[in-house]
Design a protein around this ligand. Structure first.
Ligand SMILES: *Cc1c(COP(=O)(O)O)cnc(C)c1O
Length: 418
């Protein structure tokens, strides 16, 4: 059941009417549902009930402290890709012992801080990174628990920008060299191999690529066992897709069975790193129609949200549903929904049949993942506010940026800062 629903033709998030919310807090506005986040997380937990597991939410999908707080209260772990994300997790009350650290280019400082915080595992992406981590761990008098991120050369059949498990991609260690690198790792002081991981991409709508990846990794786990290297966990990353445009999404139970089936004969904790599938449908972006610009060739609806607020349509040509928060009763026309940024790529949706009037509030659906997280200040636009709805309660979880924050930290060449 979605926590976004209509009552008397008005769109609600849980118990809160979105037209009133936009009037109170302004637009553009990100709105998240606590109930929807909890529902998505609980579906993973229920499907994994019979297997030793750790769900590490991928912080990059939506890193708002309130979102992390909601998940930390449910006992979630976290998958991070930067020290900024680690500090967010800690600030939100997350447990560092449930943190796995991914990312292709961790610096020494990143390593030092994560070691000191006592994270669960470093997901190592290259031999050079392994060598550096060994040095930093020894300097810190600590032992770094590691997993090698293996690139299984599997086609996730998704958008090329978010396919990460092919040998052409920058991610991970070629599966053919992983065995010898594990042997090296096991012999390095300061390094303790505890797991193996992969992450083959995002917005994946077929189970087969996951099945292929787990088969490759399990074969490697067996070979490692024969070499006397016993691992404690297998981390199969994130990547499960969501329905943006009515796509059929694998049932979570089927997805989890495909992963746990091949692990039955092994005593391995299963770690997953879901991002999108936890938060995408828990968020919408509210935007106001400022002007209508019908032309003989095309109709443009100019709205107050832009590619700097929600990049996915411009970056990937991603399709997200756009719906009126209340019905305006105007005649239906075909509109391109475009923002104020000076780029032709600045659109939220194209060729949408909608009945619009200026002043209408629209909701861009499925905006909870890779929405605010990818927002920028391009065109000197303050980033939107974010609110989290919990029943009838609205928590303002990020204030709208002020104009002054746009140049905070800048100065003119005479040293004057305004
Ligand atoms: C982005 C990412 C994830 C999350 O992917 P989703 O498609 O959002 O589930 C998990 N693990 C790693 C290493 C990632 O880079």
């Amino acid at each position: 059941m979605s926590h976004f629903h209509r009552m008397d033709a008005t769109l609600f998030c849980e118990g809160v009417a979105l037209d009133a919310l936009a009037a109170t807090h302004g637009t553009p506005l990100y709105v998240y549902s606590r109930g929807e986040i909890e529902q998505a997380y609980s579906a993973y937990r229920a499907a994994l009930a019979h297997h030793d597991h750790l769900i590490c939410y991928a912080v990059k999908a939506n890193s708002n402290l309130a979102v992390l707080d909601v998940l930390a209260r449910l006992g979630a772990g976290f998958d991070i890709v930067s020290i900024g994300e680690l500090e967010r997790v800690l600030a939100a009350g997350g447990n560092p012992e449930k943190v796995v650290f991914s990312g292709v280019c961790k610096t020494r400082e990143d390593m030092r801080r994560a070691l000191q915080a006592g994270i669960h595992c470093f997901n190592v992406e290259s031999e050079a990174e392994l060598d550096m981590l060994a040095v930093v761990a020894e300097e810190s008098n600590l032992v770094a628990p590691i997993s090698l991120r293996v690139n299984p050369d599997v086609d996730a059949r998704t958008h090329p920008y978010i396919a990460t498990g092919l040998k052409d991609n920058k991610f991970g260690i070629a599966i053919g060299t992983a065995l010898s690198l594990y042997r090296k790792a096991a012999a390095l002081p300061g390094i303790q191999p505890i797991g193996i991981d992969c992450h083959i991409g995002s917005q994946i709508l077929n189970i087969e690529p996951f099945s292929e990846a787990v088969a490759h990794l399990v074969r490697l786990v067996d070979q490692l066992g024969e070499s006397g290297i016993e691992l404690k966990h297998i981390d199969l990353g994130g990547g499960l897709g969501v329905s943006y445009e009515g796509e059929t999404v694998p049932a979570i139970g089927d997805y989890i069975s495909a992963l746990t089936g091949p692990l039955e004969a092994h005593n391995l904790t299963l770690i997953l790193e879901p991002g999108r599938s936890i938060v995408a449908n828990a968020g919408v972006l509210l935007t106001r129609v400022e002007y209508l610009k019908p032309t003989t060739h095309k109709n443009f609806a100019l709205v107050d949200a832009a590619m700097n607020d929600l990049l996915r349509p411009a970056l990937y040509g991603a399709w997200q549903d756009i719906v009126p928060v209340t019905a305006s009763g105007n005649i239906t026309r075909c509109w391109d929904i475009v923002g104020p940024v000076c780029e032709t790529g600045d659109f939220l949706g194209k060729s949408r049949d909608l009945a619009l009037r200026s002043g209408d509030i629209l909701a861009v659906m499925g905006a909870g993942a890779y929405g605010f997280a990818m927002a920028s200040n391009y065109n000197s636009r303050p980033r939107p506010a974010e609110v989290l709805i919990d029943g009838d309660t609205t928590h303002i979880v990020r204030a709208r940026e002020s104009l002054e924050t746009l140049w905070a930290g800048e100065s003119t060449i005479s040293g004057a800062s305004l």
